[in-house]
Design a protein around this ligand. Structure first.
Ligand code: NAP
Length: 316
């Protein structure tokens, strides 16, 4: 099943669901990406920080080589990490990601977080915050670097991730090129209705990360908010439509007006996760899902708490 597309504010189109790739490990990631393409995925969410852009690119290039798709059919997204926020670091960082992916343009390049961190050159993916500390930096400068990526043809569109409403307004005030999206955590536990409405009024799409509340996150601890796909209420709703609880959650996010990017490396779950465009949850079922909202995050990013740009102290 293919996902329908949604218009962006620059006239381009984004597929209404994508494949997440965080913790898609070496040895399974390329296979997952290629399989996803074979079952209809066209949108891939990556990040320099995930350390697997090369594997994602291998999957994409293999699928193109086998004639499953053409490059122009795909929507490839990656993100600028916090240690490269200086304006003159943005274009070189974008080029590094393109080289990792083995592509000559991105469909979308995002500022991963509104927070800048020092760059000691000692980045270690297994301890990403060990040698980096937050420092004050104006992300509007970073945005101007992002605009240069568009001007140079390296990225077709640019956007934000983890920005709150006030931070978005600061970008909009200074932008020559408007952000097409803001990628944030959206799940039944944090349905982001206010931020989605705020972004919609300004022509900005919301992309929904951790739609299943990231059950495999390494920083999970007792007492964290929890969404279980074994929840009998979700299973019961699914039965009405001949769908799984996971499909119910993804369809709910679609009906909220956001673009889910579930991660899976499992062929069966990859296929099932995109099969959400042939049913509609009734208003009564949406109400049941709305009741899961507790506005708590599974990605609170406490590593950034010392930054004055820490995004999650605002209401939305
Ligand atoms: P998620 O998509 O909520 O959950 C992924 C986990 O759920 C994996 O362990 C996966 O295991 C499992 N899963 C997937 N489909 C399932 C299904 N149908 N039934 C049961 N389990 C299922 O979490 P996420 O990876 O954090 O978020 C998705 C993507 O959003 C990321 O991969 C990344 O691309 C992006 N993201 C962005 C940010 C940001 O700061 N911008 C932050 C977090 C995430 P299997 O692989 O074994 O199926």
């Amino acid at each position: 099943m293919a996902a329908p597309t949604i218009a962006l504010n620059n006239g381009r189109k984004i597929p209404a669901l994508g494949l997440g790739t965080y913790l898609s490990h070496s040895g399974e990631c390329a296979r997952a990406v290629k399989h996803a393409i074979s079952v209809g995925y066209r949108h891939f969410d990556c990040a320099w920080f995930y350390g697997n852009e090369k594997e994602v690119g291998d999957g994409i290039r293999e699928a193109i080589k086998e004639g499953l798709v053409k490059r122009e059919d795909l929507f490839v997204v990656t993100k600028l990490w916090c240690t490269f926020h200086e304006r003159d670091q943005v274009v070189p960082s974008c080029k590094v990601s393109l080289q990792n992916l083995g592509l000559d343009y991105l469909d979308l390049y995002l500022i991963h977080w509104p927070v800048a961190m020092t760059n000691t050159g000692k980045f270690n993916a297994s301890e990403p915050f060990k040698d980096a500390v937050c420092y004050d930096h104006d992300f509007v400068e970073t945005w101007h670097g992002m605009e240069e990526c568009v001007e140079l043809g390296l990225a077709k569109s640019i956007g934000l991730s983890n920005f709150n409403s006030k931070q978005i307004l600061r970008i909009l005030k200074a932008a020559k090129i408007r952000p097409v999206c803001n990628q944030v955590e959206v799940s039944p536990l944090i349905n982001q209705k206010k931020l989605i409405a705020f972004c919609k009024e300004r022509g900005i799409q919301v992309v929904a990360y951790s739609p299943f509340s990231a059950p495999a996150r390494p920083w999970k601890k007792p007492g964290d908010p929890e969404l279980s796909l074994d929840d009998p209420k979700l299973i019961e709703i699914g039965k009405k439509y001949g769908k799984t609880s996971g499909q119910v959650v993804l369809r709910y996010i679609h009906q909220l007006g956001a673009i889910p990017i579930p991660k899976s490396s499992n062929p069966d779950r990859i296929k099932k996760n995109i099969e959400i465009f042939d049913f509609e949850l009734s208003p009564e079922d949406v109400k049941i899902l709305d009741a899961y909202n507790c506005n708590e995050r599974v990605v609170p990013a406490l590593e950034f708490l010392s930054s004055k740009e820490y995004p999650f102290n605002e209401e939305f």
